[in-house]
Design a protein around this ligand. Sequence first.
Ligand SMILES: Nc1ncnc2c1ncn2[C@@H]1O[C@H](COP(=O)(O)OP(=O)(O)OP(=O)(O)O)[C@@H](O)[C@H]1O
Length: 859
Amino acid sequence: MISILEVLNLKLKSKNLQSTNILTMAKNISKIADRPKERKPNKQLSFDFNFKNLTQNEQFKFIVGVLFMLVAAFMLISFFSHLFTGNTDQSEIDAALANAPKPKKTANPFGLYGAKLSHLLIFELFGWSAFLLIPILFVSGFKMSFKRELIALENLTWQALFYMFWFSCFFGFFVFMLDAQATLSNVCGGIGYFINQSLYGVIGWASILVIMFVLIVFCVYYYGIDSVSKLSDKLSSSTVLQEADDEDEEQEETVEKDIASAKNIQRVRQDFQASPSVEEELEDLTIDHVDNHDEENIRPYLPPVVTTPTTKSPKGEISLTIENAEDIPESITEDEEETPIVLDEKDAVNEELLKKFGLYDPMLDLPHYKFPTLDLMKEYDTGKANVSQEELKANSDKIVETLGNYGIGIASIKATIGPTVTLYEIIPDAGVRISKIKNLEDDIALSLAALGIRIIAPIPGKGTIGIEVPNKNREMVPVKMVIGSEKFQKSTADLPIVLGKTISNEIFVTDLAKMPHLLMAGATGQGKSVGLNMILTSLLYKKHPSQLKFVLVDPKKVELTLFNKIERHFLAMLPNSAEAIITDTKKVVHTLNSLCIEMDNRYNLLKDAGCRNLKEYNVKFINRRLNPEKGHYFMPYIVLVIDELADLMMTAGKEVEQPIARLAQLARAIGIHLVIATQRPSVNVITGTIKANFPARLSFKVTSKIDSRTILDTGGAEQLVGMGDMLLSTGSDIIRLQCAFVDTPEVDDVCDFIGNQQGYDSAYMLPEFEGDNEGGNDKAEFDASNRDPFFDDAARLIVTHQQGSTSLIQRRLKLGYNRAGRLIDQLEAAGIVGVFEGSKAREVLVKDIDALERLLKEL
Ligand SMILES: Nc1ncnc2c1ncn2[C@@H]1O[C@H](COP(=O)(O)OP(=O)(O)OP(=O)(O)O)[C@@H](O)[C@H]1O
């Protein structure tokens, strides 16, 4: 150990020398950079080389990781060699330790250092169990370099360290008792021998009892074996497994897996497959059952595909009417026939399972998952909103004066200072018409010489009139402050999001599940992306990967890429797609339709379970009242985020509008929530259908009053002052908020933090959606015998004009719209025109008339 430290020390010293130079250089540079010139917090090159920065530097971590892995390899080879060459090298090591002038060559392949290190760790300290240090080093190194844990490092470290000491003592006992120190010292090492020597002096051979007792204490605490019954459960299960082992080849494999995963005792509890039908198995539920399930839980979530519930669907009816099982006609309980269940029995089984294994805990999918910590967020020097007494007084005087000029008397005026604006609440004299004050908005703005004045007349529920005046110095609301706030931390909402601060400086926390969907608009550069990041970050801080999945649609291709890292934790995607974050319009259409299928599937499951919404369903599942074998599973919430709707509406129009509207109308009860943002809140983007289904709407500054009306149904958003200043409309109320600021590096760090932890094997898989034009085998599906008599003419027309338009066919061939539409579909199926592209004409795939004639002949 000492030698290794020496080596490391030397390396560090030389490194330190270099870094000291860099440090001085860096300090000088940062001094220059810090001179009173304006600071650019985002783009500034950071030469601030303090130790914390260094340890968080990715390159540094990578290098240290590689170093660890190399040291692990070095140790492995040296240790192995030591088992055979240790004795030969002994004299060389002694010579080296005694500082003899020229030690001979050592037999260890890593020379004197390899020999010394092995001698120290094996011979002098831990014996053979020193090998256990190697996986710790390797796995740590791998994690640092590749951001992936091969196995849970924390667990590995605790266990390896414990067993290293324990085996050293355990072997030490025998070496000591046999007095075989001269020949077997390598087995137990110095520590094991010394401890046994000391213990023997005190309690004689009973020292082995102490050693065994230590093992038991460790197992009880570490593996959570807190009762003899649990231990015997485990033992009896393994006995059953052993018997099964003899019987069945296949089962043998299961047993191996079982034993490997038996330590995950809680997972074992997840089992529901101790099927109620096999009564005697209830007594000694085998790990065999359990771990099939265990394996299933480790696999990515694959939402079961549920058959559409026809009245005959056995699945549909059985669970739905669990409580009336006796009423179910035999014909529709077929799959239960071998094990007829009556109500009481089934409930008894549930009770039994519940008693035996406790509630189902979805978080045990990833038992070691750690929620992001607050220190991932930066501290900002926010500069408190400094509204001086003079400013307040001057503003209120001006308001009183301006209103006075128009003959409006004021009974009282009160100011509330917010982060971005100050709210002046006035009570006008009796008899003053409110609309009169509202009409004076521009005049008051003129007299205060301020942009962004908004008049709320009256403030709902208060009986006063509000005039919001932007502060000269605004206060930034840092994300750390709002995420760390008690209000957010203690929030029990289903999907809590913290958006920022209200005008009266309160932290604003709301529940996306209750909204239940959110429409966001704002001109470019006004804080939309920051707002979206705030929503996503809030959810990441409060939800476990088993409880929430995101479907991210990013037509701009750059805004949401950061979230790629959490693909295996929080993202959902279509099967067979390369990337979880969707950037391609066609894929968006598929994803939206796939979400609709997921919605239908979920509704079917809810119907089966006799539940009205996702919450009730999950509670039932947690209480083990729903059988996973029948397709039931713990349903995570799904939040669909679309970063730019305008783009999609332009390219795919109705194809996206319809599924969005459908999801918005129906998905709330089954836990699918939509957050849709757009730069262009115009009526052809935010159509009536979409708007009608999004009661909650959030607007950053927009360019015109018309835009504000489109999104909020009222003006005001055009008066905002930008940088996260926003209005949230939740049906009746409109609240002005200052969005908290979360910077890209912070989001990046949070995603890194999550992404570096163990995740599912893949993203959450959405159901497959077969698009109309899928698979490239359109021609095969084209039914040539059934084509329209005008097919050939239409094809010639389209190819001659190189314009795939239905109206062209309609006009030239004098056909009705429907028939022309059918023709264009047939042309598409025959591969003559491309797919529907919204408002644009379809692409013509056949480029000249000769090629078309050949094709027509083939058809
Ligand atoms: N809540 C906030 N607090 C302070 N500054 C903010 C806030 N939100 C945004 N800003 C500032 O405004 C800039 C632009 O914000 P953001 O990138 O979110 O705009 P955007 O509306 O998404 O623009 P685009 O539509 O072009 O992507 C940010 O870089 C930041 O400097």
